[in-house]
Design a protein around this ligand. Structure first.
Ligand SMILES: [Zn+2]
Length: 294
């Protein structure tokens, strides 16, 4: 998330779409990370800028749960200093622009190029692949930057995650649970591992899981399939959660498992190695498909 934040330029016009403490609109980082002590005691933790600014910029409506201690007062003074120089921009509505592309629009390519400057490329290679669509790469990238997906922020924006897991109905809010360790999801992972004769116990974090996702195959087709499996699982599980939340439709785990296979087929067939494979064959002969491709 920190990396993502570095690429976003916030343009605050009305303050209706940007969260005061949680979006990095005033300085390069979020105010909650710049002033952590103050954030903890703030009454406005999830308020939008316009709610905190109330009538005018000179009148920031910042209140706290109790009297501030000295170190908090120091943070408050620094914050007030920063706010003093802030001005609402002209325009219609708040916007976020992406500073690493020429037109300000977010693109996976610009994110990839920018992320090369930040950290080791090994992980990125697993994420930014032509084996799957760019939107999937972006989901993977978000997942691998775990800070991004805190339950809190997503819930505040009315998206995806509730405090109860929508797949197994246990209370949970971690991305690890939702994409790997949830019993519903785990059955899907396990099914692929069993078919491939891999007895690895899955690690708790998505990153460790992706890092350790390796098996030696002779055929190039099997290698491609194996590389796609984790990504397809996460994508299918993500879609399933969205369906449950937004469309109130649900599928059982084995149907989600099948949809993972269908995804592998439909994305795989863009590649030479899949030219002779049919969907019927692949679904009906999954094990042979991995070990002994036609
Ligand atoms: Zn669950």
């Amino acid at each position: 998330m920190e990396e993502f934040n570095k690429g976003v330029v916030y343009n605050v016009v009305t303050g209706h779409r940007i969260i005061f403490w949680l979006d990095p609109w005033l300085v390069e980082e979020t105010l909650c990370s710049k002033f952590p002590n103050l954030f903890v005691v703030a009454n406005s933790q999830d308020m939008y800028i316009h709610e905190v600014a109330s009538q005018s910029v000179d009148n920031w409506n910042l209140t706290f749960k109790r009297r501030l201690y000295d170190h908090e007062v120091r943070e408050a003074a620094m914050l007030m200093d920063l706010l003093e120089n802030f001005k609402f921009a002209d325009g219609e509505e708040d916007s976020r622009n992406w500073k690493w592309s020429k037109n300000g629009e977010f693109s996976v390519r610009s994110m990839y190029n920018a992320s090369l400057n930040f950290h080791d490329v090994g992980m990125d290679k697993q994420i930014w692949s032509t084996l799957w669509p760019a939107r999937v790469s972006f989901l993977m990238w978000i997942v691998s930057n775990r800070n991004f997906l805190t339950h809190y922020m997503l819930q505040r924006r009315g998206q995806i995650i509730a405090s109860r897991c929508n797949l197994c109905y246990a209370a949970s809010e971690s991305i690890e649970h939702l994409l790997c360790t949830c019993p519903f999801v785990w059955r899907i992972w396990n099914s692929f591992l069993e078919d491939a004769g891999v007895s690895t116990v899955l690690q708790g974090s998505v990153i460790e899981l992706l890092d350790g996702w390796y098996k030696k195959f002779d055929s190039r087709q099997a290698k491609l399939v194996w590389k796609m499996i984790p990504v397809e699982i996460m994508w299918a599980v993500w879609k399933e959660q969205n369906k449950r939340i937004f469309e109130e439709r649900k599928q059982c785990w084995s149907r989600v498992l099948n949809s993972v296979k269908v995804l592998i087929y439909s994305w795989g067939k863009l590649h030479e190695e899949f030219k002779v494979v049919t969907l019927d064959y692949m679904m009906g002969h999954w094990k042979e498909f991995i070990f002994d491709p036609p």
